[in-house]
Ligand binder design. Structure first.
Ligand code: DAT
Length: 180
């Protein structure tokens, strides 16, 4: 077989996705710390490296250029040991991730967290509706095998701690199984 294959990852890549306000940033920071992964916040990368097609004034957000994001991330993902945090997940190559975590939160929590962040009403409502309609969960289910997915409630600090622990255990096991 002459088709070149990349070496297997020794440390897993993890995607933490969910509607804005479900706790991706906080959870992935804690996961990165607890499990020794490198955190990549795609939203920051998009801004810092201009991986967008301009600014959407209505929703105070950038128009994402998905091809540019994938090209930019390809080499870092190849190395493994990356914890990616982003609110959409369908455009990433499926092969990048060993675990896909979808965070879910109750409507009131999403609302309060986004209001606390100073989001405009239309942006809060869009995200609250998206969480009710489970848009991100459906996108993940369409894009990844169910056996790499974890759907986790993120309503309380206790939830967050349990979630971080579960993900850290996954990372530990993966490393043990991929030592050689
Ligand atoms: P995201 O990155 O998904 O937009 P975040 O991590 O920035 O979300 O969290 C938004 C706010 O809500 C932040 O102030 C922390 C808080 N928060 C997140 N998850 C939580 C949880 N499970 N319990 C309590 N507070 C939480």
């Amino acid at each position: 077989n002459v088709i070149p294959t990349s070496p297997p990852r020794r440390s897993p890549n993890i995607l933490i996705t969910g509607t804005p306000g479900t706790g991706k940033t906080t959870t992935s920071e804690m996961v990165a710390l607890a499990a020794g992964l490198e955190k990549v916040t795609v939203g920051d990368l998009v801004k810092e490296r201009s991986l967008h097609d301009g600014y959407n004034e209505d929703f105070d957000t950038y128009w994402l250029n998905e091809d540019k994001v994938v090209d930019e991330m390809e080499s870092m993902m190849a190395a493994g040991g990356i914890c990616v945090d982003f609110h959409t997940c369908g455009f990433f190559p499926e092969r990048w991730f060993d675990l896909v975590v979808v965070l879910r939160a109750d409507t009131k929590n999403v609302y309060d967290r986004l209001e606390g962040r100073g989001y405009k009403a239309n942006k809060i409502n869009e995200n609250v509706e998206s969480e009710i309609m489970q848009v991100v969960l459906d996108e993940a289910l369409e894009s990844y095998q169910e056996d790499v997915m974890l759907v986790l409630d993120s309503n309380t600090v206790d939830d967050m701690e349990t979630n971080v622990e579960k993900i850290a255990v996954f990372v530990e096991r993966f490393r043990e199984e991929h030592q050689h």
